[in-house]
Design a protein around this ligand. Structure first.
Ligand SMILES: Cc1ncc(COP(=O)(O)O)c(C=O)c1O
Length: 394
């Protein structure tokens, strides 16, 4: 086994390409000059593609953040959580009531965040179990919710929510629909317009293989109207740095209200070029191939997957450790096999591991990584069937 090349199979941050790293190391430029506005136009246009929205020109002064549809994209200096907070803080008044169903850590974080800014009905499903759509329908039927928010792809448990079905219910009940798409946008089919989503959030370091510390939001005109109306009524939640009204003022001119994350923006624009070259469909398909390979392989090896079968994610797979194995396996995998996956969170810590299949990960790296994982499990004395790992990824 040749272990020179590392296998980095973490569900974000993911490995960045050479072109992204080069762009990150570009010489400094001013925050308000034409050069940076060119960068923003390039980034905005790439983001519209990643969000699966209509195209815009990557050219300064052409309204690069908007297109022929009802959406604008807003770049946020900060990680995905910052962008999610910006959405929630600006969209709701303190006496609004929102519905947040969850089945993992990041959905629970959405609910916690909402509690800082409004009232929340938090429906907690067991980690990895699909939402009960009948229950959600009943809740929406009460007619009391301003919005339903979900973590679309639950990275902590490897489950993808049935966003199309939830979107349809929200439309029928005239309730706004907001998604944390941090590990779905760019890696899984996301359709903001078809789903009539008011806001979708993405983080650079996940499916688009950009740098950590920068994120983006796609918002529709209804979202923008609500934000302005709440501001005019003097009913806004307190916040300054993440003020959407300020961001909206600057966006027309390919700018941000405060000093932008200049080099991160350059790096992200370069990785979004890679996404465009591969195409959304190409990347969704590759992620699916990677994830299905991992899932089928580990099932055949006799492992148990955490997420409900019908809704297993194509960007992250959560695999339970067999009896007698814990995170010391992951440490050995890193130290002796030059391969990284990630552990579990909260009550599942030490009980499972998660394999990322997002970003630009080539099939060969996943095959090699899985071979090393199998080898490492065997080094713990586990008896596993002899399987042709490569054949799971063709
Ligand atoms: C689905 C999801 N939401 C939110 C977050 C938090 O994003 P960030 O760490 O970029 O703030 C993560 C991070 O892993 C995530 O996977």
């Amino acid at each position: 086994m040749d272990l020179k090349q590392d296998c980095f199979l973490v569900p974000g941050p993911v490995r960045m390409s050479e072109s992204c790293l080069q762009a990150l190391s570009s010489p400094v430029m001013t925050a308000r000059g034409t050069e940076f506005r060119d960068v923003m136009a390039h980034l905005n246009s790439g983001l519209r593609y990643a969000f699966n929205l209509s195209p815009s020109q990557p050219v300064r002064g052409t309204q690069s953040w908007s297109g022929d549809d009802d959406y604008k994209v807003v770049v946020v200096s900060g990680s995905g959580t910052a962008a999610m907070e910006m959405v929630i803080a600006n969209r709701f008044r303190s006496n609004d009531l929102v519905l947040v169903p969850t089945n993992g850590k990041f959905g629970e974080r959405v609910a916690e965040m909402c509690k800082r800014f409004c009232n929340v009905k938090h429906i907690k499903y067991e980690w990895g179990r699909a939402f009960d759509l009948y229950e959600l329908e009943q809740q929406l039927g009460r007619g009391c919710y301003e919005s339903l928010l979900i973590c679309h792809n639950e990275t902590s448990t490897g489950i993808t929510q049935d966003a199309a079905a939830i979107a349809e219910m929200c439309q029928r009940h005239k309730t706004s629909f907001i998604l944390d798409g941090i590990t779905s946008v760019g890696g899984l089919p996301v359709h903001p317009q078809e789903w009539n989503a008011e806001a979708v959030v993405m983080g650079a370091q996940k499916c688009t293989a950009g740098p950590s510390g920068i994120a983006a939001i796609a918002i529709n005109s209804r979202f923008i109207e609500r934000v302005h109306a709440i501001r005019e009524q003097g009913d806004s939640n307190p916040n300054y740095y993440f003020d959407m009204v300020s961001a909206l003022k600057k966006g027309d001119d390919d700018q941000t209200p405060w000093t932008p994350a200049i080099n991160l923006a350059m790096g992200w624009a370069a990785s979004l070029d890679n996404l465009k070259s591969e195409s959304n469909e190409g990347r969704w398909n590759r992620c699916e191939k990677l994830a299905h390979g991992v899932q089928n392989l580990f099932l055949d090896l006799g492992f148990e997957l955490l997420a409900d079968q019908q809704q297993r994610s194509n960007t992250v797979t959560a695999i339970l450790y067999p009896d007698g194995i814990d995170d010391s396996w992951r440490n050995r995998l890193k130290e002796d096999y030059n391969t990284q996956v990630i552990g579990a969170q909260d009550h599942l810590k030490g009980k499972m591991f998660r394999i990322g299949s997002m970003g630009e990960t080539p099939i060969e790296e996943m095959v090699e990584g899985c071979k090393r994982m199998v080898h490492c499990f065997k080094s713990f004395g586990l008896e596993l069937p002899e399987l042709d790992v490569g054949s799971y990824f063709v």
